[in-house]
Design a protein around this ligand. Sequence first.
Ligand SMILES: Cc1cc2nc3c(=O)[nH]c(=O)nc-3n(C[C@H](O)[C@H](O)[C@H](O)COP(=O)(O)OP(=O)(O)OC[C@H]3O[C@@H](n4cnc5c(N)ncnc54)[C@H](O)[C@@H]3O)c2cc1C
Length: 167
Amino acid sequence: MQAMATETFIGNMRGPVIRRTDADYDAVRSLYNRMIDKSPVMIARCTDVADLVTAVNFAKQNDLQAAIRGGGHNGPGLGSVDDGLMIDLSMMKGVRVDPTARTVRVGPGCTQGDVDRATHIYGLAVPAGIVSTTGIAGLTLGAAPDTSPARQLTQVGFSNLFPKFCA
Ligand SMILES: Cc1cc2nc3c(=O)[nH]c(=O)nc-3n(C[C@H](O)[C@H](O)[C@H](O)COP(=O)(O)OP(=O)(O)OC[C@H]3O[C@@H](n4cnc5c(N)ncnc54)[C@H](O)[C@@H]3O)c2cc1C
């Protein structure tokens, strides 16, 4: 990876790009499961779709393995990658509630708590995860298989809501 290409990439991003030498590197790369300790070469903290496209293209052009991070709750830590580019969407937290249609459109960095906060003021709720810090993106994309009756109820609840998310 050329130093100039990296500088150009950082210049093209609106959100911050965190490198291993940055003071906040350890805090930003940490995942919910503290048993997983992955060390990406850089973390692209996207603020909008243009940042996301820029980050994906940079990874592709520089043959870097990329991992997308939503809420960072995935058990094996699939939202991060050793020596690759973590594309961190956790700053993309827009939520739009349509109280008439009773739907909500959710940015890829939202957690269950973010969605609850936006919907509850309209007396609405999305029956999805049971922990407020879990990412809506990961929940929407498949979440965790579990055979417990309580979790099966939760799974059925949000499986039916897939089309209403925009993760
Ligand atoms: C405390 C806790 C409570 C949980 N509760 C529930 C529950 O009630 N019901 C349930 O079914 N599951 C539950 N889970 C499991 C959880 O749903 C999954 O771990 C889910 O993958 C977490 O999503 P995330 O966005 O936080 O994770 P991340 O680790 O950020 O992402 C998970 C996966 O999705 C990918 N991804 C994330 N965002 C995107 C995106 N925008 N585009 C493409 N790929 C993306 C990542 O690359 C990664 O492979 C829980 C997990 C924990 C740790």
